[in-house]
Design a protein around this ligand. Structure first.
Ligand code: AMP
Ligand code: GLY
Length: 417
């Protein structure tokens, strides 16, 4: 099978790593890819900003399956361009991708489908925001409706800050058109978990649950990031609870979409808060998680590629995915300054000193003058398996000490929260 993988981060390197092991793979192309995916497949160059050009390229190349990593091309309808050309692609069309592209739409779908989620209000008016917040105690949760590069969720302790932030979104257009609408959501408490499902034809298969660590600093403090690391499995969601969770969350959503004529083919990712009243959905993403994928795939025994291919063609394979008992932890090494501004181009040293079983997923890297250098915020994901989480932790943290680049930063408490 000839596969095209779209994206360039640690998640895509993890997907390339897993797909690269499949006996069904004939050739992997990545666009644009990164040095990590380039070791497994071929990174294709070329300006494919015009989505139709990429679909044409895939057609000419005889690509059997295209897999979408990031959300933006899906929200823009790139999967539809592929389908229109008769190409097989894993990732929802524009309509299905609204589950991530519009938080107000996701909330409405959850309400109509009866999926548990926090109470909320969608508004475009500051007057309504003021009315809604008065008489309510904080913290207050504000979400810009559209895609805001992972920065659109604000948790404000006091009302004054919440009003100021709401104004900056609705009136000052801090997130541009993504903030034309605001979702104000009930503040939920509990532990978080990410549950991903491979969906097609109204059916789904669950991936092993995982947990990412979004806050920048050790102790779960500092600003939210794209994710400082992740682990799997999650003790609060044992195997025995997973079927029930799938029926609570994925089945009703897929049924609802089907009723609207949407056959959702792709990954659906539910960000959950495990509250005292039960699990509630914080958000949906229409793609694999980053860095959850880096912690999930090393645990997978099954050959992922045929599952993805089958789902992209409209059918979920009957056999469940098989998982190793081992736990897996991925710790991201990030550029100092991330998620704000940071310098790039620092040489990355020490990878040759790692134990062979350690997996390093590359995210923000590039090759300059034959040297691997930093080129993004989340540079590397150092990933280890262990018989339990503590063992995986020991290994990953010992290994990441061997890697060096200027301003390297990482959280020291991953896997403990
Ligand atoms: P989201 O992008 O919607 O997952 O939000 C990013 C992060 O904000 C989540 O991982 C949570 O830590 C936090 N968050 C989002 N919604 C809520 C909520 N209703 N209550 C408490 N925390 C939330
Ligand atoms: N780890 C969060 C995300 O992929 O959106």
């Amino acid at each position: 099978m000839k596969v095209l993988l779209i994206g360039s981060g640690g998640r895509e390197h993890a997907l390339a790593w897993k797909i690269g092991q499949s006996p069904e793979l004939e050739k992997l192309y990545c666009w644009p890819g990164n040095p990590g995916t380039g070791e497994i497949g071929e990174n294709i160059k070329g300006d494919f900003k015009d989505p139709d050009k990429l679909a044409s390229w895939a057609r000419v190349q005889g690509i059997d399956l295209t897999i979408f990593g990031p959300e933006a091309p899906l929200v823009d309808g790139l999967a539809d361009s592929f389908s229109r050309r008769g190409l097989i692609a894993l990732g929802p069309g524009k309509e299905g991708a609204r589950l991530e592209g519009s938080k107000s739409w996701a909330k409405e779908v959850m309400r109509r489908a009866g999926v548990p989620t926090g109470d909320y209000l969608v508004t475009e008016s500051m007057r309504q925001v003021e009315e809604h917040l008065s008489g309510k105690d904080g913290p207050y949760v504000l979400k810009a409706d559209g895609l805001a590069a992972g920065k659109g969720v604000l948790i404000c302790e006091d009302r004054e800050t919440a009003l100021k932030e709401a104004r900056s979104i609705l009136e000052e257009k801090r997130f541009g058109a993504a903030g034309n609408k605001l979702v104000i959501e009930e503040f939920l408490q509990g532990k978080e978990a990410s549950l991903l499902a491979l969906c097609s034809g109204g059916d789904y298969l669950l991936f092993a649950p995982s947990r990412d660590h979004k806050r920048l600093k050790t102790g779960d403090e500092g600003p939210n990031t794209g994710g400082m690391g992740a682990y799997s499995p999650v003790l609060e969601i044992p195997y025995s609870k997973q079927k029930e969770l799938g029926e609570l969350i994925f089945l009703p959503i897929l049924d609802y979409l089907k009723g609207r004529g949407i056959d959702y083919r792709g990954i659906l990712y539910a960000g959950l808060m495990l509250t005292e009243q039960g699990p509630k959905v914080l958000e949906f993403n229409v793609r694999f998680g980053d860095p959850e994928t880096q912690a999930i795939l090393p645990r997978m025994e099954s050959d992922l590629l045929p599952y993805l291919y089958s789902a992209a063609r409209g059918e979920i394979r009957r056999e469940s995915l098989q998982w190793k008992e081992d736990a897996c932890l991925c710790v991201n090494l990030v550029s100092g300054g991330y998620p704000g501004s940071y310098e790039k181009g620092y040489p990355i040293k020490g990878l040759e000193r790692l134990n062979p079983e350690t997996i390093v997923f590359q995210g923000g890297t590039e090759i300059k003058d034959n040297q691997l250098v930093t080129s993004g915020g989340r540079v590397l994901g150092v990933t280890s398996l262990g018989k339990d989480l503590e063992k995986a932790r020991e290994k990953a943290y010992a290994e990441l000490e061997k890697i060096d680049f200027k301003d390297k930063y990482y959280r020291k408490d991953l896997g403990r929260l």
